[in-house]
Design a protein around this ligand. Sequence first.
Ligand SMILES: [Zn+2]
Length: 306
Amino acid sequence: MTSLQDPSALGQREADGEAAAVVAFWESLGLPGLVDVHTHFMPPNVLSKVWAYFEQGRAAAGGQAWPIAYRQPEDERVALLRAFGVRRFSALSYPHKPGMASWLNRWAAGFAARTPDALHSATFFAEPGAAAYVAEAIGAGARLFKAHLQVGGYDPRDERLAPVWALLAEAGVPVVVHCGSGPMPGRHTGPGPMSEVLAGQPGLIAIIAHLGMPEYGEFLDLAERYPGVYLDTTMAFTDFVERIAPFPAELRPRLVAAADRILLGSDFPNIPYSYLHQLHALARLDLGPAWLRGVCYGNAARLLGL
Ligand SMILES: [Zn+2]
C-alpha cells in the first residue's frame, strides 16, 4: 500500500532521530557538545557544483557512489548542526582557480557575521595578491583557513604562498590543509610538499585534513615532529573510507600518542553517510572515553580558545 505521508515530513523525523542519537553520544561522554573543525558552507552556486562533482562520481572513490546525505538549504543545515549540539563548526570553502579566493572570503565573512556559532573561515590560492587578502581576512577576524592542494592543484611551496604561511604562523591562525593523496592524488599532494612548508615555518598550526589519508603514518610523523601539526578525523575510519583507504591497525597506538592533536572533522554536508556514522566510527576504535572527549571537543576548544 502506498503511503500518503509527505516525504519531507518523514525526512524531518529521521533528522530528529539522528539528532537525538548524536546528543546522546556526547552526553554519554560528559561533554557540553561537539566542535567540528571540518564542515563546509559556501556560496550556493559553488556548493551545488561541489555536490554535482561528487554525485557524478568524479571524486573517484574506488568506484563507490557518493550521494550527498545533507542536501538541505543552508538554514536547515545550520539548524541541523545546532540540533546535533555542534557548538562550533567551520565554514570551509576553497578555490579551484585563481581570482576566486577573495570573493569566497567575502562570502564567508558574511556567513560568519550571520552565524555566530560558525568559525569565521577563509581560504587562499597560489596567486599574486594572496598575502594581501589573507592579511585582510586575518584582520577581519578569520579564525581558520582552508587550503585544498588537490582541488586547487597548486604547490604549497609556491613562492607566492611563502608570505601566506608566514602570516598564518605569526598570527597563530590554524589552516586546514587537504594534502593527503585521498580520495585521489593531486600533483602536489602527499607528505613531501607540506613537510617542506613546515620545515620553513615550524610554528605553523596546520590541521591535516582526513588524517592525511591514505598517507596516515607519514602525516602522524609530522604531528610528532611539529607541535603545531594537528590531524582532523574527517571521513577517516568510516565504512566508506575503510573500503578504499583502510587505517592500518598497527598505527592505532600512534592515535593514542597523538591524542591531544586529533580533532573531530566530518565533511558535513558533503558526506555519503550519516553524521552519526562518523562518531560511531571514532567510538569503535575503542580508544576510550578520554580519547573521544579530547577529539570531539577538548582539543579544538583549547586550540581555538573557545
Ligand atoms: Zn572537506
